[in-house]
Design a protein around this ligand. Structure first.
Ligand code: PLP
Length: 388
């Protein structure tokens, strides 16, 4: 069959492929610990779920404005202004069904065929996909393991040019958990200003930070007019299946992105937006409690992995992933991920699910009960021990 070029290179996401394999093993009677899928292991906060269910009964089941209800856009603008310390107006907020819409649609609105787009590699697989669909040229920027998996700034300087239209950054990061330092952000902002480049800053994990907050590039001088923030409710409020995210961007761009929503998804589910309003306006202690629990799990997992001979694991500053370096085993990441699924009964992802520079790494998600993390560590240590 012939397809348009823009979809020819699209590939299934690694996590779903691994989940399907793990589920097939479970169906055959094997026990598997799931550390492959990146989503909170807790249910949506009860106050949010209750309000969402009530909203359906009360008739919030019809179309809303494409860019979101005025109430939700206003609440997001207020919350985002407060958290980032910059003024954001409701007109700059575009609500969509999932944060992915705040990645895909701004890219479609900004990138012309032939434009180069820099993005992190290893990075969230949607980045390369959306750049290709937009007709842009994906330019992967390697990450620097020793500096919290921030951009390798030497490589970045060599890759950025007058051809660059957009730079995608993600801090805290999926898959590494890395948080970019203020110095790295200033460096990227400097290049963006020099070459007149847009920055798409994926901040979906900004509330799941452990040692210190993650700075946002939008706060740097001159950046508000060239930054798109992608954020959402999936990770912070355990709402992955509700589909609710948003972008924050200059007003003119927000109008264009709103039109893309009008002509594609139409709008976000009305009751989901009502639930989102409750998530923002309701008590925030739950978010902090969950983040504190993730931090405990992170520490157990990082320490446990570093005790396994041959494994070297950085401590992630945010998100709920670790990205251990397993190069000493002399096997490909794909091979090791398969081996650990079959021999240890632990489903995790090969680093190459996130780009070619993920070779030599694995990704494990610690949004998992502590007992799963402990059992997984024991099984992984035993299996890797057999490799010698
Ligand atoms: N950005 C990153 C870095 C992610 O890890 C994810 C989800 O895994 C998303 C965006 C998409 O979030 P959503 O499920 O709200 O579309």
């Amino acid at each position: 069959m012939n397809f348009a070029d823009r979809v020819n290179n699209l590939e299934p996401k690694g996590a779903y492929h691994m989940l399907a394999r793990a589920q097939a093993m479970e169906a055959a009677g094997r026990e598997v610990i799931h550390m492959e899928i990146g989503q909170p292991d807790i249910a949506t906060f009860d106050n949010v779920a209750q309000v969402g269910m009530r909203a359906i009964r009360e008739g919030y089941t019809r179309y809303t404005p494409s860019a979101g209800t005025p109430e939700l856009r206003q609440a997001i603008a207020k919350d985002a202004s407060h958290r980032r310390g910059v003024e954001i107006t409701p007109e700059q907020v575009v609500v969509g069904p999932g944060a992915k819409t705040a990645l895909f649609f701004p890219t479609l609105a900004l990138v012309q065929p032939g434009d180069e787009v820099l993005y992190p590699d290893p990075g969230f697989p949607t980045y390369a996909a959306m750049i290709e669909v937009a007709g842009g040229t994906p330019v992967p920027v390697p990450l620097d393991e020793e500096h919290g998996f921030s951009f390798d700034l030497g490589a970045f300087d060599r890759l950025v040019s007058y051809r660059t239209r957009l730079i995608v950054i993600n801090s805290p990061s999926n898959p590494t958990g890395g948080v970019m330092s203020p110095t790295a952000l200033e460096h990227i902002a400097g290049a963006a200003a020099q070459h007149d480049i847009w920055v798409l800053s994926d901040e979906i994990y900004s509330r799941l930070v452990y040692d210190k907050p993650a700075a946002s590039i939008i706060t740097l001088p001159g950046m508000a007019g060239r930054t798109v923030i992608c954020d959402g409710f999936s990770k912070t409020y355990a709402m992955t299946g509700w589909r609710l995210g948003y972008g924050i961007m200059p007003r003119d761009l927000a109008e264009r992105v709103g039109l893309l929503l009008t002509h594609s998804v139409g709008c976000t589910a009305s009751f989901t937006q009502v639930a989102g309003l409750e998530a923002i306006n309701g008590p925030q202690e739950q978010v902090e409690k969950v983040a504190a629990e993730y931090q405990r799990r992170r520490d157990v997992l990082v320490n446990g992995l570093n005790e396994i001979p041959g494994v070297k694991c950085q401590t992630p500053g945010g998100a709920f992933y670790v990205f251990p370096n397993v190069k000493t085993f002399g096997k490909s990441s794909d091979w090791l991920a398969n081996f650990l699924l079959e021999e240890a009964g632990v489903a995790l992802l090969s680093g190459t699910s996130f780009g070619a520079n993920g070779e030599g790494y694995l990704r494990l998600c610690f949004a998992n009960p502590m007992r799963n993390i402990q059992t997984a560590l024991e099984h992984i240590a035993t299996a890797l021990g057999r490799l010698g």
